[in-house]
Design a binder for this molecule. Structure first.
Ligand SMILES: Cc1cc2nc3c(=O)[nH]c(=O)nc-3n(C[C@H](O)[C@H](O)[C@H](O)COP(=O)(O)OP(=O)(O)OC[C@H]3O[C@@H](n4cnc5c(N)ncnc54)[C@H](O)[C@@H]3O)c2cc1C
Ligand code: FES
Length: 286
């Protein structure tokens, strides 16, 4: 999974560019998706982001934070970021309106192994806002549909109002050839008559009875990632076949400040995408 796509051929990988918010989607009461374009011509075309990469978003006088690029590079003319309101920066971003500006630098980090996944079935398992980084890969796969096998998207959220990307889950993705969406809520909900309960090993085995020629990819809160990595191993996947993304607090995004390391690995340049064999070698700090 080593590559040099976290460096780009511009003056400096730390240079922020001004972008304008074009569209805002209220996903949940605390999560919004922001669609943006760069003001300067040519920046977007040369941004070169790959599924699973991130960018540093900043608001002048407030601060900056690393956010996954949730749109696939196959979706031209814009970038999308899905942002949970958790603190100072993200609260200010949540106040932005269409036409407002932010600054963006990146893209950073490695990416999902979308080339190596060609010809294989894809088992995507996500929880909560963890669907955001996975969505860039899901849309990449679905926009190159004939290059990949069966696609299963398994998604869990706490309650109906906390489901992100309802328009993808219930409208867009199920209409695509050999694409199967499975949604569950942690608890009963008056707005929901679908499955209730966590994403369990039994349910995953029902959805994906054979692990042959299948790549499992998971993203979500740390506790969910740990559980799903164990589930995948019990299903018979080898650790090196199991893909996930990790999050650590970041500052520079380019391997200079030492803020994001786990053991010897810097999540900003060696990650955020890792396989389970690599994770097994890390100290349990994530
Ligand atoms: C590789 C990567 C990808 C990310 N992708 C997304 C994304 O797609 N969408 C999204 O909403 N967020 C994402 N994050 C998390 C995001 O960077 C933070 O939530 C954000 O920077 C918090 O800024 P703040 O000023 O609003 O919060 P602060 O006021 O700094 O903190 C508020 C709370 O959030 C916690 N927090 C801050 N940063 C992080 C972090 N990196 N991880 C976990 N908890 C944190 C703090 O400990 C504190 O409890 C990502 C982080 C990384 C490292
Ligand atoms: S964020 Fe600075 S080294 Fe990773």
């Amino acid at each position: 999974m080593s590559c040099n796509c976290n460096t780009r051929e511009v003056a400096s990988p730390l240079l922020p560019y001004i972008a304008t918010v074009n569209k805002i989607i209220e996903e949940t009461p605390t999560i919004k998706t922001f669609q943006v374009t760069f003001d300067e011509p040519g920046i977007l075309e040369n941004f070169g982001n790959k599924p699973g990469q991130c960018a540093m978003l900043s608001i002048l006088g407030v601060g900056e934070g690393m956010i996954s690029i949730t749109s696939s590079p196959t979706r031209k003319g814009m970038l999308e970021f899905t942002i949970a309101k958790v603190g100072r920066l993200t609260s200010v971003i949540h106040e932005l309106e269409v036409g407002d500006k932010m600054a963006i630098r990146g893209p950073y980090g490695n990416h999902f192994p979308f080339e190596e996944m060609k010809g294989k079935n894809c088992l995507f398992v996500a929880g909560g806002v963890g669907l955001a980084p996975l969505r860039s890969l899901i849309d990449y796969v679905l926009d190159n549909r004939d290059d990949y096998g069966r696609v299963d998207i398994v998604y869990g959220a706490r309650c109906y109002d906390m489901l992100c990307f309802k328009y993808d889950l219930f409208d867009r993705w199920p209409k695509i050839k050999d694409t199967h969406v499975h949604v569950t809520l942690d608890r009963e909900d008056p707005k929901w008559d679908g499955r209730v309960g966590f994403i369990t090993l039994d349910w995953l085995q029902e959805i994906c009875p054979s692990v042959e020629n299948t790549v499992p990819v998971t993203c979500g809160p740390p506790i969910m990632i740990k559980l799903q990595l164990e589930n995948f191993k019990k299903m018979g996947f080898k650790p090196e076949e199991i893909i996930t993304t990790l999050e650590m607090n970041m500052r520079c995004g380019v391997g200079k400040c030492g803020r994001c390391n786990i053991g010897e690995k810097y999540i900003c340049v060696d990650g955020p995408v890792f396989n389970a064999a690599q994770i097994q070698k890390l100290p349990p700090e994530y």
